[in-house]
Ligand binder design. Structure first.
Ligand SMILES: *Cc1c(COP(=O)(O)O)cnc(C)c1O
Length: 295
């Protein structure tokens, strides 16, 4: 298992023509380059949970997710890397054919336990799963330790250089970390879920002692979580052609589309310096038909 390569993180400037005609600078913080599986924000979100688990002498990590969860496969990989056993509680019946994500998690040594959607919703874990040697991490790494870890992503840039910092938003854990570390910057989180109007509160709940200036954009979900349209795919291909930066269709494609669209609508005043966090997720593209993407 390859180790995490924090030295790979770069800041890439998006050059015209993408934001041509707008007097703004757009930089991309390439946290996607730290690991092929423990994608971008996942390592940052997991690190303090894993540290605590180790200091408590726990041997096994238990966490939750759906069949296409980046968090599940990232946790499986991180556990393999740091010497934990791992169990993934997966939402829904065991499928006849595993998704690429579940297959990867299984190959990485994660034990997969399938529970009904109803039980999953109530987070009722079968009794025999959580034993004394277990450490439980919320779905998506949601929690204050997750946000504190995600705040570390801004340690690879100087936030003072920017007026705006933008990131994708699922559970809002990463966004909370970016708000925490972003100081006076305006933070824009692009929600990848449909009508997830609880996102603002979910983020605020992780910031008991931080004010921060943040907003969540709800118009760029393309039909909902892991849904896509040809407009999204065409944008991702065009974005790659112009920038050589690959994106994924679940998170970062929607993120960059949203930022591009906000710029088009003159959301960013002239002179704005915008940092976009590329938080990984590229392995999710494995579920697309070959040839859909040009990268
Ligand atoms: C998991 C993931 C997210 C969502 O992060 P949250 O902290 O749950 O909001 C965003 N982008 C990528 C690439 C991810 O893998």
């Amino acid at each position: 298992m390859e180790d995490i390569q924090l030295k790979n993180i770069s800041i890439d400037r998006v050059t015209p023509p993408l934001f041509d005609g707008k007097d703004i600078i757009v930089d991309v913080l390439r946290c996607d380059k730290i690991h092929p599986v423990i994608s971008g924000n996942k390592w940052f979100k997991l690190r303090y949970y894993l540290e605590e688990a180790k200091s408590l002498g726990k041997k096994r990590i238990v966490t939750f997710g759906g069949a296409w969860s980046n968090h599940i496969v990232a946790t499986a990989a991180a556990c393999k890397l740091y010497g934990f056993r791992s169990t993934g509680i997966i939402r829904g019946e065991e499928p006849a054919n595993y998704s690429a994500t579940l297959n990867d998690a299984r190959v990485l040594g994660m034990k997969l336990v399938f529970i009904s959607r109803q039980d999953y919703q109530h987070k009722s874990i079968p009794d025999n799963i959580v034993t004394d040697d277990c450490y439980v991490i919320n779905e998506g790494g949601y929690g204050i330790k997750g946000a504190e870890g995600a705040a570390g992503m801004l340690g690879f840039c100087d936030p003072e250089n920017y007026t705006h910092i933008c990131c994708a938003c699922g559970t809002g854990t990463m966004a909370a970390g970016i708000v925490r570390a972003g100081g006076k910057r305006k933070i824009i989180a692009i929600s990848v879920l449909k009508n997830n109007f609880g996102a603002e509160q979910s983020i605020r709940n992780l910031l008991p002692d931080v004010k921060g200036d943040f907003s969540v954009a709800h118009d760029y979900h393309f039909g909902g979580y892991a849904k896509l349209t040809s407009t999204l795919i065409n944008f991702m291909n065009e974005f790659y052609r112009l920038t050589s930066i690959p994106t994924d269709f679940v998170y970062t494609g929607k993120l960059f589309y949203g930022i591009h669209d906000l710029a088009r609508q003159n959301h960013f005043p002239a002179g704005s310096r915008v940092l976009v966090i590329h938080c990984g997720g590229l392995q999710g593209n494995a579920s697309l038909n070959k040839g859909t993407l040009i990268f």
